[in-house]
Ligand binder design. Structure first.
Ligand SMILES: [Zn+2]
Length: 295
C-alpha cells in the first residue's frame, strides 16, 4: 500500500505532464475499479485544460477549467505510466516495482502537454483497489470530509497535537494513525516518527499534553518528528515495502533508511542506545520500536 510520501512523489512527477495540458480524450477500458468509474468521465474531461494537480492525504486531485475535479486513489497496486513518442516511464518505479502488464491498463488519458507534446498517461492497477471519482461542484466529496491536518506543512505543530491528544487514552500510535487528526499518515511513518521523537507507541496519547491543551516539549518534538520523517521520505522518493517484496522477494530499496520499521531484533541506531528493536502488535498491525530510548 503506497503511503503518503509515495503518492506525493507520483504527484510531483505527473505535475509537469498534466498541468496546462489539454485533455484530448479519455479511454475507459472497464466500467469499474474499486468503485464504478463515472459513466460520463470521458465526456466531461474531453476538451478540458488541466489547471492543477494537487494532493489531499493519499488522494490525487486533477483540476480542470470547468469539469468536476477528478479524485484518484492508487489503492494497493495502482500506478500512472507516462508514455511519450519513444519512451515510457512510471513515477515511483525507482524504489517500487509497478505492473506494466497491458491487461491492467484501465484508464488512458490522451494529453497535449502545455509544450504541445502528445503524451498518454495510463492508469494501471492489477488488484483494482484504486479508484477515480468526481468531486461535487464545490470540489468536495464524502471521502475528503473529516480528514485531519496534512503532515507536510506548518499546520502540524506541537500546539495542534496537544489540543488533539489531550485526555485521550488511546495509545500514541493509534492516535497518530487516526485520519481525522492527521491525514495520510500510515503504519511505517508513525513508527519512524515515534522513534525520532523518543516516544513509546504504547504511551497513552493524552500523556504528551495536559488537559489544558497547553503545548509541551513532547508534543513539539513529536510534531517536528512527523513532519521531518515525511519530508525525508518524499525526498527519498517514497516507499512501499509490501508491494515491492511481493514482486521479487527482496527488501525494499528504502528499507535501509528505516530506523525501526522491519528491524525487529536489530540494534537501535541511536548513538549510545544499546536497545534492541522490538515488534509488537497494536490494533492488529505491527509496531516496531526501541523499548530503551522510546519512553
Ligand atoms: Zn534505542
Amino acid at each position: 500500500m503506497p503511503e503518503l510520501p509515495e503518492v506525493e512523489t507520483v504527484r510531483r512527477e505527473l505535475q509537469p505532464v498534466f498541468e496546462g495540458a489539454l485533455i484530448r480524450g479519455v479511454e475507459l477500458r472497464r466500467p469499474d475499479l474499486r468503485f464504478p468509474i463515472p459513466a460520463d468521465m470521458a465526456d466531461q474531461l474531453a476538451g478540458q485544460v488541466v489547471t492543477g494537480l494537487s494532493r489531499r492525504a493519499k488522494y490525487l486531485l486533477i483540476h480542470t477549467a470547468s469539469a468536476p475535479t477528478l479524485i484518484c486513489h492508487l489503492g494497493m497496486s495502482g500506478s500512472f505510466r507516462i508514455e511519450r513518442q519513444d519512451d515510457s516511464y512510471t513515477p515511483g518505479v525507482f524504489h517500487h516495482e509497478r505492473s506494466k502488464a497491458l491487461a491492467h491498463d484501465h484508464v488512458v488519458f490522451h494529453l497535449n502537454t502545455k509544450t504541445s507534446e502528445a503524451v498518454r498517461v495510463i492508469f494501471n492497477d492489477p488488484r483494482r483497489f484504486g479508484f477515480m471519482l468526481f468531486a461535487d461542484s464545490a470540489g468536495g466529496h464524502a471521502m475528503l470530509d473529516g480528514l485531519g491536518v496534512e503532515p507536510t506543512g506548518n499546520a502540524l505543530d506541537g500546539r495542534l497535537l496537544a489540543r488533539l491528544f489531550r485526555g485521550r487514552q488511546a495509545p500514541l500510535k493509534a492516535a497518530l494513525l487516526d485520519q481525522t487528526a492527521i491525514a495520510g499518515l500510515g503504519n511505517i511513518y508513525v513508527a519512524e516518527a515515534l522513534w525520532r521523537a523518543r516516544l513509546s507507541p504504547r504511551r497513552a496519547a493524552g500523556t504528551i499534553a495536559p488537559l489544558s491543551g497547553r503545548v509541551t516539549q513532547r508534543a513539539d518534538r513529536l510534531a517536528a518528528a512527523v513532519r521531518e520523517v515525511i519530508a525525508d521520505a518524499i525526498e527519498a522518493g517514497g516507499s512501499s515495502l509490501r508491494d515491492y517484496t511481493h514482486v521479487d522477494g527482496s527488501l525494499g530499496y528504502f528499507q535501509h533508511r528505516f530506523a525501526v520499521y522491519g528491524r525487529e531484533g536489530e540494534p537501535c541506531f541511536r548513538p549510545d542506545c544499546h536497545g534492541v528493536i522490538r515488534r509488537i502488535v497494536q490494533s492488529g498491525r505491527s509496531t516496531f520500536f526501541c523499548p530503551v530510548c522510546q519512553r
